[in-house]
Design a protein around this ligand. Structure first.
Ligand code: FAQ
Length: 314
């Protein structure tokens, strides 16, 4: 008998390129895999507001301030879409936040580095959002419907973010010697952590097997990292920035740039909680989460009051 509630039927739907929707049958492993990845993705968007938020009050012009404010607000919105999409898998937002606060859920390595000066805001938009887009364009075709649809919307906004960062870098490279040095220094500090955003090399990536089988990941960590490198080297050259990797070289036979070794010890140190800003980022999130408890309580009380009124009317 044909049974829609089997792993083999599920896998056939994946192989046929169908989207899986929240109420459809899915194996436990698929659900858990998505909750892990999507919640980590949501946490990254929200924690990622911190390094940039630090510069709103010190933006060098009103125009720059407005753009930065809009960008950071977008990141908060991305977090919302992603938490909501993850909730359709049967986990609550409160549980996801609890996992973040207790260290059970990760967020992207990149947000544990400090934004030291205005050039860092350029480097974050250009390199961090640039890396995020390469990954997220691919995730638009991920197999879980709500995640895929959230990605379509997010990508539209991210391309604006990438361009605002590149504009800052390009302007600084046209400026004084000091401004050029600041832009180069920011690039030197953000380049390697940005490459780590794509995760470990394919052979060291424990989740990739299932992710590819279930079409959660449509392209591998190394394939996406290479796409990002190929695009970015040319953008750097165009505005006169020097790649902070002496092994970057065009490889004619591969049709890609070769690059130097990534320091995976640093990556593991940072994602285990020992990067330069891990403690600061998490403490800040916990403090403001606690301070905002009264807002959530008031919203909940308002919701209950209105539900009761609706019941009386009905
Ligand atoms: N950081 O087996 P894999 C943004 C962990 S963009 C921290 O390869 P997977 C926009 C991984 O979780 C940034 N941890 O794992 C923005 C796993 O540990 P676990 C967010 C990492 O999942 C810009 C272990 O290593 N984007 O926020 C990282 O198949 C500017 C083994 O790794 C996304 O999250 C890392 N970079 O592949 C906002 C994209 N990489 O969980 C504000 C969606 C790996 O077992 C300002 N996520 N790990 O404890 C993905 O595409 C995937 O999850 C990967 C990792 C590619 C990140």
């Amino acid at each position: 008998m044909h049974n829609e509630h089997t792993d083999s039927h599920f896998q056939k739907r994946i192989d046929d390129g169908e989207h899986i929707e929240p109420k459809d049958y899915m194996p436990d492993g698929y659900r858990k895999h998505l909750i892990r990845q999507m919640s980590q993705h949501a946490h990254s968007e929200v924690i990622g507001m911190q390094p940039e938020g630090n510069w709103i009050t010190r933006a060098p012009s009103l125009r720059a301030k407005q753009i930065l404010l809009a960008k950071i607000q977008d990141e908060g919105g991305h977090g919302l879409y992603l938490y909501s999409a993850a909730e359709t898998l049967g986990i609550s937002r409160a549980e996801m936040i609890e996992q973040l606060h207790t260290g059970k859920a990760k967020y992207s390595n990149i947000f544990n580095y400090p934004a030291l000066n205005w050039a860092d805001i350029g480097a974050i938009g250009w390199l961090v959002d640039g890396a995020a887009i390469v990954n997220q364009v691919s995730l638009q075709r991920t197999s879980f419907g709500p995640y895929s649809r959230a990605m379509v919307r997010i990508c539209k906004e991210e391309s604006f973010h990438q361009r605002q960062g590149y504009e800052i870098m390009a302007r600084m490279m046209k400026g004084t010697k000091d401004q050029q040095a600041m832009a180069q220094d920011a690039m030197n500090r953000w380049w390697w952590p940005a490459l780590m955003m794509f995760g470990p090399h394919d052979i060291d990536s424990p989740h990739s097997g299932d992710a590819v089988k279930w079409k959660i990941k449509r392209e591998s960590n190394d394939t996406l990292r290479q796409k990002f490198i190929d695009k970015t080297v040319q953008q750097a050259e165009l505005i006169g920035l020097v790649m902070p990797d002496k092994d970057i070289k065009w490889n004619e036979s591969k049709g890609h740039y070769d690059h130097g070794k990534i320091d995976w010890d640093e990556f593991h140190r940072v994602i285990k909680g020992n990067g330069p800003c891990n403690k600061q980022r998490l403490d800040h999130h916990i403090n403001y989460f606690n301070e905002g408890a009264w807002v959530r309580d008031a919203a909940e009380a308002y919701k209950i009051k209105h539900l009761k009124e609706e019941l009386v009317i009905a």
